[in-house]
Design a protein around this ligand. Sequence first.
Ligand code: CP
Ligand code: NVA
Length: 310
Amino acid sequence: MKGDLLSLRDLDENEILSLLDLSLFLKNQYREIGSNSKCLNGKILGMIFQKPSTRTRISFETAMLHLGGHAINLSSNELQLSRGESIEDTAKTLSLYVNVLMARVYAHEDIEKLSNFATIPVINGLSDLFHPCQILADLQTILEYKQKLKGIKLTYIGDGNNICNDLLLGCSKLGINISVATPVGFEPLDWITDIARTESKRNNSCILITSDPNEAIVDADVVVTDTHISIGKENEIHSREKLFFPRYQVNDDLVKFAKKDYIFMHCLPAKRGKEVSPSIIDGPHSVVWTEAENRLHVQKALLLKQLNPQ
Ligand code: CP
Ligand code: NVA
């Protein structure tokens, strides 16, 4: 077992909670003394990007530097991948040089191939299906603000995309009740919802998938949305805007049904005025900057678990 993280399917409840514990410890340590121990000295992270990134790229690179290691940014255009070298051969080659690989890909199959052929741990830095590092940071953010996970209610409004899929897995594994409202035809994939339903039965938590945002958001402790136009979906912008806007926008009218002390989360980048109104994302309930910061801490925890197992 190389300790790959392709989606939150790869972690059980205890492994997630232990990552969150370590992440919180590292966050406090960094805030109190301005550094973490350099226990990844000499370790190298290779980062492959088929798509743009701000948070994932910089937080992974910074995490490695804070822990004494190093990160190499490998845009897929600059690799021989762009000239047809296979993912299999790329994975085998990079495994000879670096200690861990993170990749952001279009097709989830690509990260699965990397995982199958690399002999080092592989981390999904976002694929069309999953974004596990983001959801670990989200779970840490919820824990910090709500002081508990089990029994709370999270509502996701918008596209049944990579964020929604891993939220379903993460919430159901940790006993968080989750309701999802998407336009018809944009629901999360059935096989992912099925896994989440099995996990939630074990935890006595609830899952609701609906097309009605007003129904989904009732009594929510946490309200989450994401762009309606993920990277790679730009050619659907007009048809999607008609379907999603304005019904699936998180705005003042919609959050009236949430709990009074709800928190608002968004993985960013956000389109203000589309999936969320400025009054919400820039308002008093928004925790998006803590959420973005937690990417750094939770990825440090992940890298330490993968590279420094003693
Ligand atoms: N949330 C997130 O993954 O941001 P980037 O696309 O900037 O990496
Ligand atoms: N769903 C978005 C997330 C970006 C971090 C996308 O895939 O583009």
